[in-house]
Structure formats: C-alpha cells, structure tokens
Design a protein around this ligand. Structure first.
Ligand code: SAM
Length: 297
C-alpha cells in the first residue's frame, strides 16, 4: 500500500515536467509543436528560473543525443527510460534524425494515457503511421509497437519483465544504444537504480547513458524539493548516494561502465549560445518587473 502511494506521487512528476516544458515552450524558450497535445497551458506563470532550467536541460540533453545520432549515422536505437509525455520521437522525425528504433518506457498507467492521446490526435498518430512499414502496427492500452517507435508500459524495477517487453518489440542488444533517463533514477532506491545501470552495461555491446538528475539535494534548494516531494508522500531514497558529480560518475564506473563524465547545469547553461542566454535574461528581468509592478498595483 505504501509503495502504491509513493509510486502514485512518482507518476505525478510526469505532469509537473510536462507542464513546465509546455509553459517554457509557450513563452518561446524553444520550439515543440507537439507538447500542446499532451498538456494544457498552466494558468499560473512559472518563474523564469524554472523555464531557464528546463531550457538548459532540453538543450544539454539534445546536444549529447545529436552527437550520438551523428556518430552512429542514426544506425542505432534509443531507449528513453521514464519518458513520461516526452515528444522526442516527433521532433527527431521532423529533423530526419530518427534512429532505427526509438523506445519509451514508463509505468503502464502513464503509457495508457499517452497512447490514448496519440490515438485521438492526428498530428501525433500520423507521423507514427508514416514512419511505419511492414506488418500492421500493434497497439493496445499498455503498449504501442510500430517499426520505428515503441511505447512500453513497465516498471523499471522489474528488469526481467522490462527485458522481455523490449525484446518483444525487437530491441537489438548488438545495435549501438543510447539510454536516456531525465529525472527518473532519483525516484528509485539506490539498489534498484544500481541494478538498472548494471543491467544496461551487461545487455548492450555499445551503449551510452544520458542521465539528468538532481545532485547535492542536501543544500537549501534540495531541501525545498525534498519537502515538496514528502508532502506528496514520495521518498527520495537515492539522494544520500548522489551528493556530488563524483558520486554520480562513480555509480556508473562501479557498475560495468568504462567511462563517465558529469557536468553541472551552470556549466551547461554557460555553454549555451550567447543570444539564447541574453534572451532568457530578458525574460527574467521582465518577470521581475511584472512582479514589482503587480506589488505596486
Ligand atoms: N523524462 C520525462 C521528462 O523529462 O519530461 C519525465 C520525467 S518525470 C520527472 C519522471 C518519470 O519517470 C515519470 O513519468 C515516472 O512515471 C517515471 N518513472 C519513475 N520511476 C519509474 C519506474 N520505476 N518505472 C517506470 N517509470 C518510472
């Protein structure tokens, strides 16, 4: 019962992420014509710090992802773990950068919602049909399997089932594989995330793992996040183990990975194109001005 409640809170983080992305897209931080189909525009404004953070995250992950796609000339597969309402499949298709196959995994209830939305919105379903060839596309409430895109409802803590489901959808352990986890491992216990990283290292001949998550959760900002999550009855069990970039690297190096690099988001933000940084600073000043003038009124 306790697990059910905390799993429900973890599933709720999918909506938080989509809302923040939708808001940032709406105010022009980056373009994503697909996210509006998955989430309504939030009524309240989001602080510019949040939009900036999401912008840096989307750009940072996108940069690594594209480097992998270019290096493999798209002759690869991508597995997005805890993908939530991510719209990457459609964006890669628009840019003619689809890998041989793109997989997503999330809890069955999240996947059911995503598939329902896809089925009811032609701008989402049409690109999947266009990229599909061969036999008829398999689709039910908990999974979708087309020749280039699979969505799998599974628990990342149940590795035998995860492997079985991925193999059913033609996951190929010999193909260069990019795994992504954006704010996902942090919601798993240290033991479960360690088993997942080790499983990936053993399963694929050539693999790269992009992991984006909070470090140093014990500082003030981290404390606020922990309190928020606790109020949603969710425990952050991995936190103690991932205090620094070094511990983040170590969790890979100790579990079968040959190399690991880590950067904090200040470094990533500073490496963004200067024009983008200037634009996000303008949004920041505008927001502060609005807050200041609304206090005067
Ligand atoms: N990666 C997406 C993004 O950045 O927009 C969603 C991030 S959201 C913060 C975390 C996602 O991980 C949620 O969709 C949640 O359901 C999923 N997740 C967490 N633990 C999981 C587990 N054990 N099995 C499957 N999905 C999980």
């Amino acid at each position: 019962r306790i697990t059910d409640i905390s799993d429900e809170a973890v599933r709720g983080t999918c909506d938080d992420a989509s809302l923040c992305k939708r808001y940032a897209v709406n105010v022009g931080y980056w373009q994503d014509p697909y996210i509006e189909h998955f989430v309504r525009l939030p009524k309240e404004r989001k602080a510019p710090e949040i939009s900036r953070g999401y912008y840096a995250r989307v750009q940072g992950v996108g940069h690594l992802l594209k480097a992998f796609l270019h290096k493999t000339q798209c002759n690869c597969q991508i597995i997005n773990l805890g993908a939530g309402m991510d719209t990457l499949f459609w964006k890669l298709k628009d840019e003619n950068l689809l890998p041989r196959k793109y997989f997503e995994v999330d809890f069955p209830s999240i996947v059911t919602r995503k598939i329902h939305t896809i089925k009811s919105k032609p701008p989402l379903s049409k690109p999947i049909m266009e990229s599909h060839s061969g036999e008829s596309l398999l689709i039910d409430a908990h999974s979708l399997d087309s020749s280039r895109y699979s969505i799998i409802g599974a628990d990342l803590r149940d590795l035998p089932k995860l492997e079985e489901n991925l193999k059913k959808c033609d996951m190929d352990p010999c193909l260069p594989t990019l795994l992504m986890a954006e704010c996902v491992l942090i919601y798993m216990t240290h033991e479960h995330s360690t088993c997942l990283l080790k499983w990936v290292a053993d399963m694929f001949r050539t693999a790269m793992f992009i992991n984006y998550e909070q470090v140093n959760m014990a500082d003030r900002f981290g404390q606020i996040m922990i309190e928020n999550l606790q109020s949603r009855q969710c425990s952050l069990v991995g936190v103690e183990d991932c205090r620094s970039l070094d511990t983040q690297k170590a969790r890979f190096l100790l579990n079968g990975w040959e190399t690991a690099n880590a950067a904090d988001m200040v470094q990533v933000y500073r490496s963004l194109p200067p024009d983008d940084i200037k634009r996000s600073c303008r949004d920041f000043s505008l927001m502060r001005l609005l807050q200041w003038s609304s206090r005067l009124i």
